[in-house]
Design a protein around this ligand. Structure first.
Ligand SMILES: NC(=O)c1ccc[n+]([C@@H]2O[C@H](COP(=O)([O-])OP(=O)(O)OC[C@H]3O[C@@H](n4cnc5c(N)ncnc54)[C@H](O)[C@@H]3O)[C@@H](O)[C@H]2O)c1
Ligand SMILES: N[C@H](CO)Cc1c[nH]c[nH+]1
Ligand SMILES: [Zn+2]
Length: 799
């Protein structure tokens, strides 16, 4: 049972400020008359409340939108008495299961779906009115006890509903648990409130409170921290959880941290191709297995490798369960009603792995579909931080030794020193061809020309009032650390995109960092060539969060830098965000520049091969990249031609496996006009925007949010990646709304100065004194007053 109180979310601002404790109820009712379609979908996507119902006002939402809600996490629809007639339409025509439609009867909603529960109107409480006290009193009012001491029996379980132990609660401990959002109980032995973990350190985050069917026991769902719940230092009072899928998940997480190099687990974690091959092999064996023993054997093997894939990608079993729950909520419309998008979603995983490499198609008018299509395939920051924090802290505290350990662990190379100092030894240039040098030289020169032109040459001076001269002048940031990715591809182009502007801005020390090659522990000669060309003093032979930490805090051999720049995977980006927020690091960053993305706007006359090639050029960066085609008035024939071109070109690419995965979360959005397409793009704020439309140049003025724009059919994005002159380090994840791509100013800071004459002081002095007085800062006021009175500009007794 959940509690009988049902918070009504009729205002998202109140939800945001109270969700910490309101979500302890485990269920909410969204108010369909106050919230928009987008807000409802956004809520179900972002918020992790187990049961979300929606009160559905008649006529506000279309059939497609209602199906969209039910397919995206809404468990039940609450229908007011006055709208009872809409039930026939929902159940009869839209095929909504009866038990998911709850009609008010005599002021009571009787929910039958998942949890059987009756809600009278007075138990549906607006989020605006809910408080911690009200919640605590509702819990206490609901639960009963026949114990002489008046305590309530309380079962404590973890997020997988595994029993951790049995304890007791008092009215006061319940109120304190809700107030702190922690596991708080009543200790019968000490006869006092017991904040779990206060002395042992084994605390608990409180996730949910509920009662049993006859309300004589409470259940606390918690996230157990550290060693475990039991005073004997086991996870539960009934022993450890080392069995089953959850037990295996914990074991694999542990192995990911400490499996020795050369062990089978380490190989699996480090080699995604090997892991995928094992999953395919085991899946095939399961399809062929017969009989109970063989099927359970093969299924167990498949689960093992599937779990290894989850753990390596930081996906938890809980995430999988949430996904299953979401799918369980999905409904299918009656035969003949299904739109192509629903058919597409129903395809089997097997079909997806070997089938055509096609983008999903969604019409711009399908707001929910567009919202889904335009959400980026990224991991939650909190999950990434969880992995990255210990890496950063270790490198900060232990320096080179930790850095070398992580390089061995994540990049598979045992090095004796983590840094290569300039002048770089000859052997590091081996294999560099003249053709390559010329290509790099041409690119360097164009990038230099464009970035040198951005360098301010004069001090900005403005006389804001006679005698008040304000000025602003640039200075280079002294020491910069430039991250050059090297995980799935080596990117010397990034070395030059960062190194050249740093040199143009006259930074005093340029430090490169890039993961070393597994084969020989070196970085590619192309990267070393660029390092030499731009005058880098060092190359840190490390990647990921550990490289970022080494430059942010400095180590025995690596200087601490003032700013870290450069793109990278989610570990790199998360580490940059971390150090930027740590005052101990005193280090800024350029921007969150993560997995590459592109949005192409094309019309009926666009060349399908050009369009497909641009989409694929970014899709091949990584499985977490995303490519979007916004089509303007495209015919069915044109869409098919584009899909065919994507498929045929993709099959020719060596990185087709990466492309296939990227395209599986990439979409064609169909628009009716150019302005609508530009609106869509501004909303997505792509890293790269390509305009393959008639009179493309005329539309640039409508671009509000984008990292870099590529105008016209003969401007492939690849030219900006390498050689045209613009920078390719650009904001992703939608951060183009507030960040610019790397440019010369990214490597500078701007200092302001002012020079005020007695005349100037006369002009602004009284204003300064007036505002300072209001702020109660008399010291400020005095600094002006003393001068003005010495100059005879105000009477000596001026107040
Ligand atoms: N936005 C831009 O301007 C821009 C430009 C170029 C590249 N990119 C993007 O940069 C990214 C480069 O990513 P990449 O992975 O190829 O290279 P990377 O250098 O960013 O990351 C590789 C490093 O990640 C670390 N790592 C890998 N698995 C780990 C784990 N399980 N735990 C902790 N650390 C781990 C390792 O230390 C490894 O050295 C791509 O997504 C690409 O699209 C973006
Ligand atoms: N497109 C990438 C930025 O998202 C940069 C790059 C480097 N090499 C090839 N492409
Ligand atoms: Zn690229």
């Amino acid at each position: 049972m959940v509690l009988p109180i049902l918070p009504l979310i009729d205002d998202l601002a109140s939800w945001n400020s109270k969700k910490e404790y309101v979500s302890l109820v485990g269920q909410v009712l969204l108010d369909g008359s106050s919230l928009s379609n987008e807000e409802i979908l956004q809520f179900t996507k972002k918020e992790e409340v187990p049961l979300v119902a929606l009160s559905l006002p008649s006529g506000k939402f279309s059939d497609d939108e209602i199906i969209g809600f039910l397919n995206n996490g809404i468990s039940s629809l609450f229908i007011g008495m006055q709208d009872a007639k809409t039930v026939d339409h929902l159940v009869g025509e839209l095929n909504v299961p009866k038990d998911r439609v709850v009609v008010e009867e005599n002021g009571v909603f009787s929910n039958q779906f998942i949890v059987k529960q009756k809600f009278s109107q007075d138990k549906i409480v607006s989020i605006r009115k809910l408080s911690k006290n009200l919640l605590a009193s509702e819990v206490v009012a609901e639960v009963r006890t026949d114990r002489p001491d008046g305590l309530f029996t309380t079962l404590v379980v973890d997020q997988y509903e595994r029993c951790l132990g049995l304890v007791y609660s008092s009215k006061e401990s319940i109120a304190k648990a809700i107030d702190l959002g922690r596991g708080v109980y009543y200790s019968r032995s000490r006869n006092e409130i017991w904040v779990k973990g206060e002395t042992s350190g084994n605390g608990q985050k409180l996730l949910q409170i509920s009662t049993d069917c006859d309300s004589d026991a409470l259940k606390f769902i918690v996230e157990q921290e550290n060693v475990g719940f039991c005073h004997l230092e086991t996870m539960s009072c009934f022993g450890e959880f080392k069995h089953g899928l959850v037990g295996l998940e914990s074991l694999l997480k542990q192995r990911l941290q400490d499996a020795p190099e050369g062990s089978y687990s380490r190989r699996l974690f480090n080699d995604p191709a090997l892991l995928d091959a094992k999953i395919k092999e085991e899946a095939e064996e399961l399809t062929e297995a017969k009989g109970k023993q063989e099927i359970s054997w093969e299924a167990a093997d498949l689960f093992y490798f599937a779990l290894a894939k989850l753990v390596t990608n930081n996906v938890s079993l809980k995430d999988v369960e949430n996904n299953l729950n979401m799918k369980h909520l999905k409904i299918t419309r009656r035969k003949g009603d299904a739109k192509p998008k629903f058919v597409e979603e129903a395809k089997s995983e097997e079909e997806k792995a070997s089938g055509p490499i096609h983008l999903h198609v969604v019409e711009a008018s399908d707001k929910a579909g567009v919202e889904r299509a335009l959400s980026r395939p990224i991991q939650k920051t909190s999950e990434i931080m969880h992995l990255v924090n210990p890496i950063i802290e270790n490198v900060r505290d232990k320096g080179d030794s930790a850095l070398l350990e992580y390089t061995e662990k994540f990049d598979g190379v045992k090095l004796s020193t983590p840094v290569l100092n300039a002048p770089f030894p000859e052997e590091y240039f081996e294999g560099l061809t003249d053709e390559m040098k010329e290509a790099l030289d041409l690119s360097i020169e164009n990038v230099r020309k464009f970035h040198a032109a951005q360098l301010p040459t004069e001090t900005l001076e403005v006389e804001t009032q006679p005698g008040v001269l304000c000025s602003r002048f640039p200075r280079p940031i002294e020491k910069v650390g430039l991250y050059i990715p090297g995980g799935t591809a080596i990117l010397p182009s990034t070395a030059l995109m960062l190194g050249v502007p740093a040199q143009v801005a006259q930074c005093k020390e340029i430090v490169f960092a890039s993961p070393p090659r597994k084969s020989d522990g070196k970085v590619s000669p192309e990267v070393v060539y660029v390092a030499e060309k731009v005058g880098a003093s060092k190359i840190v032979l490390a990647g990921g969060a550990q490289a970022v930490a080494s430059m942010a805090y400095g180590t025995e051999t690596i200087p601490k830098v003032d700013k870290i720049l450069g793109p990278g995977n989610q570990f790199v980006t998360a580490a940059k965000m971390y150090v930027q927020n740590d005052t101990q690091a005193l280090c800024s960053i350029d921007m969150p520049a993560g997995p590459s993305e592109v949005l192409v706007i094309a019309d009926e006359d666009a060349d399908v091969d050009f369009v497909a090639s641009d989409l694929l050029s970014q899709a091949e960066h990584g499985i977490d990249s995303q490519v979007i085609l916004v089509g303007v008035k495209l015919s069915e024939k044109k869409i098919q031609e584009i899909q065919d071109a994507v498929h045929n070109q993709a099959l020719q690419l060596p990185r087709v496996d990466i492309v296939r995965k990227c395209i599986s979360h990439s979409t064609i959005v169909l628009c009716e006009g150019y302005e609508e397409a530009l609106d869509m793009s501004n909303q997505y704020a792509p890293e790269h925007l390509i305009l393959q439309i008639a009179n493309a140049n005329d539309y640039v003025k409508l671009v509000d949010n984008a990292g870099s724009v590529f105008v016209g059919a003969y401007t492939p994005e690849s030219c900006g990646d390498y050689s045209s002159g613009t920078n390719h380090t650009l904001p992703t994840y939608g951060y183009a709304r507030q960040y610019s791509g790397a440019n010369t100013a990214t490597f500078q800071k701007f200092i302001t100065a002012q020079n005020i004459t007695p005349e100037g002081l006369e002009n602004i002095g009284r204003a300064v004194m007036c505002v300072a007085k209001k702020e109660g800062l008399d010291g400020h006021r005095n600094a002006v007053k003393i001068r003005m009175s010495k100059l005879g500009l105000i009477p000596k007794d001026f107040q």
